[in-house]
Design a protein around this ligand. Structure first.
Ligand code: SAJ
Length: 406
């Protein structure tokens, strides 16, 4: 039996996937409300294919609880916040989860850490936690790091099809855990050591962050001299060895906007390109705000309350708002003392910010200018409704004369 600890964005789909592929699974989370929701037959976030997977897993007998189980395999997938000040990973949740697991774990159990951690975190924090609990690593407890790589919006597909990395002290233990993941994962599963696994995960997200920062910097250069950054990137990407990502209003989510900071925090004098890239990405919401002011001036608009931000989530077709560029923009708007921007997102049904709408038509009725912050399918499918609006399209998805870009 596998006890999956932490039933959030990664732990829940992983637990469901294992259960629906014949593995006996118990999911544990400290949040009793979340556990009650799952036990009432409801998932806790929206994700393509998740509800179907949830039904399969329930049929296969998955159980959700707040209790840690006595078993031979634990998968820990709790969040790893980072300290915004020092830019270092804060392993408090992982350490706390490991300490709880060790109260239940029998000798010989395998402890798989799925949470993303900066290179060296397992050495620095997890090994001492295990040893302080009186376990000998490699004899009483096997330690493994198996970072996830699935992308929100396509998690279920990627869980099955992505390649994976398993980091283990002992190759035989790594192979055993590989077998467990191979129950559902059709990708290649590489077994390596723990520190390499930690580093590869952070490097993958850092590569994407730096690439996006490059695109954002190009957008600024092109804006400065009125060049079309999208056309330039499109043509460059026709070269067989060039693959530039797209500029945007900022980088959000709990991965690409966070993980690269771990490297900056741990290697401040070495991670120069990464540091500058993260600052470039973090500066984009402000860049968009200034763009809004410039366009308003050009159009003779003086009332900021006639401007609407479309999208609150960190990216398209998900309901996750963590580190969202729109939230960052609203924060910097407060610093400019010009509050009043209207906001709408089809995926956010609760009231989370001021001047928020829950209906696209009502939102559009009340604004003269629309800023596309998130390229949800909804706005792509309703682009015709923007005909009479001033549009600042931060994702280059609206094909209409006079549309402004970042
Ligand atoms: N973005 C751009 N331009 C682009 C692509 C993305 O501005 O060309 C922005 C998005 O709008 C969003 C942010 O970047 O705000 C991040 O979105 P994303 O779709 O690039 O990635 P995440 O954060 O949803 O998921 C990433 C993935 N990592 C990689 O592709 C290397 C995923 O595979 C990881 O599993 C996930 O991080 C994670 O959990 O670490």
């Amino acid at each position: 039996m596998v006890n999956v600890i932490g039933l959030g964005y990664i732990g829940l789909p992983t637990a469901l996937m294992l259960a629906s592929h014949g593995i006996e699974v118990i999911g544990t989370d400290l949040n009793s409300e979340l556990v009650a929701t799952l036990n009432a037959g409801r998932t806790t976030f929206k994700e393509k294919g998740l509800d179907e997977l949830f039904r399969d897993a329930l049929t296969s007998g998955i159980v959700f609880t707040t209790e840690y189980q006595v078993t031979d395999t634990y998968i820990v997938s709790v969040p790893t916040p980072y300290d915004k000040f020092s830019k270092k990973v804060d392993p408090c949740f992982v350490v706390a989860a490991v300490e709880q697991v060790l109260k239940a774990a029998p000798k010989g159990a395998t402890l798989v850490i799925e949470s993303t951690v900066s290179p060296g975190t397992i050495e620095k924090y997890i090994r001492p936690a295990v040893e302080n609990a009186g376990f000998v690593i490699g004899e009483d407890i096997n330690l493994v790091h198996a970072p996830e790589r699935i992308i929100p919006g396509n998690m279920v597909y990627e869980l099955i099809h992505n390649n994976r990395t398993i980091g283990a002290d002992d190759r035989a233990v790594g192979e055993k855990v590989k077998e467990l993941y191979a129950s559902f994962c059709q990708g290649e599963i590489v077994v390596t050591d723990i520190k390499t696994a930690e580093m590869t995960k952070v490097v993958e997200n850092t590569f994407r962050a730096v690439n996006i920062a490059f695109a954002n910097e190009l957008a600024k250069i092109c804006r400065h001299d009125d060049m079309d950054v999208y056309e330039i990137i499109r043509i460059c990407n026709m070269h067989p060895r060039v693959n530039i990502l797209q500029p945007g209003p900022g980088v959000g989510g709990h991965c690409i906007s966070v993980d690269p900071w771990f490297l900056v925090g741990d290697y401040p004098s070495l991670a120069k390109v990464i540091d500058e890239s993260m600052r470039t990405n973090d500066g984009m919401p402000d860049f968009v705000l200034n763009r809004i002011y410039d366009i308003m001036k050009e159009k003779g608009m003086t009332d900021i309350t006639k401007v609407g931000l479309y999208g609150l989530t960190y990216k398209e077709n998900v309901d996750d708002m963590r580190e969202s560029p729109t939230l960052q923009l609203l924060e910097s708007q407060e610093r400019h003392l010009a509050t009043g921007l209207k906001v709408y997102d089809p995926f956010i049904t609760d009231d989370v910010v001021a001047n928020q709408y829950h209906d696209l038509d009502a939102f559009l009725r009340d604004v003269d200018m629309v800023v596309i912050m998130v390229k949800h399918d909804e706005i792509r499918n309703n682009a015709g409704k923007l005909k009479d609006k001033v549009v600042l399209d931060c994702h280059n998805i609206i094909d209409q004369p006079g549309v402004y870009h970042i």
